[in-house]
Write a protein that binds this ligand. Structure first.
Ligand SMILES: [Zn+2]
Length: 198
């Protein structure tokens, strides 16, 4: 029997998710249609809504519904500090650790030449412009302690130092290969407090 084409399309569409191959895409599609049609509707609506309303904050590049997000427009943040992280999840971790009062720039990735991710893909032109606003004094590199994260920190550090900024790297309380998202708040807070000149 031939699979109906909208089902085929759903299965193909689900494969855009990371780590989802043909088998699991098929399982997800069957699950949504057979067992959770309400959940499927909610998912479809939320996706449509997010695509229509979510964009990148002009200042920090993280996801936002406004041109400039609430964090960037807050007067309570220290605008002389700019923390560079890889993802919105990392920003969230930093906020939950409650160890940092400055602002952020979210790269939305890390340099990875083997995967074809270069400086343009992680918005380094925008980061340099943002960091050179005349107010930022120190850039804190809080990319992951993975090969990609370290390479990114090195590259970004060079770029920003050339523009006269003080550049620091969060300390290695974090495990080698460690991703910010997966460490506890205490460890992350300590890594920020003990950051050193990069
Ligand atoms: Zn922002």
């Amino acid at each position: 029997m031939k699979t109906p084409s909208s089902l085929e399309e759903l299965i193909a569409a689900l494969r855009c998710l990371p780590g989802v191959g043909p088998k699991s895409a098929q399982r997800m599609a069957y699950y949504l249609l057979q067992r959770d049609r309400e959940g499927a509707g909610r998912l479809a609506a939320a996706l449509g809504q997010s695509l229509a309303t979510i964009r990148h904050c002009e200042k920090c590049n993280s996801f936002a519904e406004e041109a400039v997000c609430g964090l960037c427009s807050s007067s309570r943040r220290d605008a002389t500090l700019l923390c560079v992280v890889e993802s919105p999840g990392d920003l969230l971790m930093m906020e939950q650790a409650q160890c940092y009062q400055g602002l952020y720039f979210v790269l939305m990735g890390a340099l990875s030449p083997l995967d074809g991710v270069g400086p343009r893909d992680i918005h380094l032109d925008r980061l340099v412009k943002r960091a050179a606003d005349g107010t930022v004094r120190e850039a804190i590199l809080a990319t992951n302690f993975t090969v990609e994260g370290e390479a990114t920190a090195h590259y970004v550090g060079e770029l920003l130092r050339q523009r006269g900024l003080k550049v620091t790297r969060i300390a290695r309380g974090l495990p080698v290969g460690g991703e910010l998202e997966h460490v506890d708040s205490g460890t992350l807070a300590q890594a920020v407090t003990e950051r050193r000149e990069a």
